[in-house]
Design a protein around this ligand. Structure first.
Ligand SMILES: Cc1ncc(COP(=O)(O)O)c(C=O)c1O
Length: 423
């Protein structure tokens, strides 16, 4: 009953928006921030794999994906998991972080990041961010270092290369600390001619449905160090595949997302498909995770059926990143014309612009969906609405993170018009 009410509310809202658009003579389709890299070819891959469940655990396809990701990313080793957060757990294992060790991380992140550390018994030490790129502020890090500090987790948020990248790498080296790079948002961003994630000791990337490329859920951990590569492999070898029901559900989510957000007639077909299959939608972060509780089926590695989708996405990822970079120019101009500060692009870096982050007045952020719809007919979002997003955990003493929470909004960088063609 609750489900039907939810489905009808969702559809009702969409159709009211469509009526408003029609009456104002605007296009019905709205640019979204989700699953915009899914096309017909991905639906075809999902359908093909749905028909052969006996191959879902075929390790050769997974190895092929890992090898291809490593090649594309310019990394020596890559291991695929069911989420970047699981990749982070693998990195924690690879670095041999022990209970009681401390890791410094930004006070503006997603709950799944500290969760992975806490579940390994590692103490999370939050540090303030800068507001140029929303990364760790290097000037704040030194005071957080104690004899127990083992690593710094730096983050390239929203596809922008963090401002203090080199300075953090240098500081970590001076103090003998390991560097974990969270590239969940920034797959494909570059620094000094190499993809981000290749400068620290280990790094994670996400192919969750709101990210640079989508397998609905998925993540990769990489390293260029032989010893760490061995440890990541050890973790991967010990990790089970998800059960068949989850793999099937994930494959079914490909057409579900495609029809809702990318199909040329998504304005009505998406709702029709959602009415029939909306109960299948995968929510990436469970209520348990939001409360900091480790779910039973948390740590899983990527099975062949999902790796096949990843391989298909990798064929198109450069095209989509190019589109994101081009589209970000629209928002850059908007910032320029309207007196808002653009995210800083540091020297020798090329962002991949998962989204285009801008600090606006808190009142705009509070009604950002309506504001984006009214002004641009796109879905502008306010992603991180708390310091440790999706968690009730409070962080104090981080002034810039407070500002980002209240004022940062995100413009979409892909829309339905961006469609991949192999020709
Ligand atoms: C900053 C950051 N790091 C890591 C992750 C984890 O990615 P995944 O959903 O693939 O576990 C997220 C998820 O949104 C994130 O926002």
């Amino acid at each position: 009953m609750q489900n039907i009410k939810h489905l009808l509310q969702h559809i009702g809202k969409n159709q009211i928006r469509n009526l408003v658009n029609l009456s104002l003579g605007r296009p019905l389709r709205m640019s979204n921030a989700r699953s915009m890299t899914l096309d017909w070819d991905d639906v075809k891959v999902a359908k093909e794999w749905l028909s052969k469940p006996s191959c879902w655990e075929d390790g050769t396809v997974v190895s092929e994906y890992e090898t291809e990701f490593a090649r594309w990313n310019g990394s020596k080793y890559a291991f695929a998991f069911m989420a970047a957060r699981v990749g982070l757990s693998a990195c924690i294992y690879a670095l041999d972080l022990q209970p009681g060790d401390e890791v410094i991380l930004p006070a503006y992140t997603c709950v799944v990041v500290p969760n992975a550390l806490k579940w390994a018994g590692v103490k999370t030490v939050y540090c303030d961010i800068e507001l140029d790129t929303y990364g760790l502020d290097v000037t704040q890090i030194e005071s957080k270092i104690t004899p127990k500090t083992r690593a710094i987790l730096l983050q390239h948020l929203y596809g922008v290369v963090c401002r203090d990248y080199q300075a953090i790498l240098d500081l970590a080296k001076r103090h003998g600390l390991k560097v974990i790079e969270d590239c969940a948002h920034s797959t494909g961003a570059e620094y000094k001619g190499r993809k981000v994630g290749n400068f620290g000791d280990v790094a994670i990337y996400s192919s969750e449905k709101t990210k640079i490329f989508s397998t609905i859920q998925g993540g990769v951990a990489v390293t260029n160090d032989d010893q760490l590569g061995k440890r990541l492999k050890e973790y991967s070898d010990q990790t089970p595949y998800p059960d068949a029901a989850l793999i099937e559900r994930q494959l079914n989510n490909i057409p579900l997302e495609f029809y809702q957000f990318k199909h040329p007639q998504s304005w009505w077909l998406g709702d029709a498909y959602y009415l029939l299959h909306g109960g299948q939608v995968i929510f990436t972060t469970s209520n348990q995770e939001k409360q900091g509780i480790r779910p039973d089926k948390y740590g899983r590695k990527m099975p062949a059926a999902i790796a096949a989708l990843g391989l298909n996405q990798l064929k198109k990822i450069d095209y989509y990143i190019k589109c994101r970079r081009q589209n970000s120019k629209i928002w850059e101009l908007w910032c320029q014309d309207n007196g808002y500060k653009k995210p800083v692009v540091i020297d020798e870096s090329v962002p991949s612009y998962l989204l285009y982050p801008v600090l606006v007045e808190p009142e705009i952020k509070q009604q950002v969906t309506w504001w984006g719809f009214k002004n641009f007919n796109v879905s502008v979002i306010d992603w991180f609405t708390s310091h440790i997003y999706l968690s009730p955990e409070k962080v104090t003493g981080c002034k810039n993170a407070d500002i980002a929470v209240k004022q940062c909004i995100n413009f979409p960088t892909l829309n339905q018009m961006c469609s991949f063609s192999s020709s």
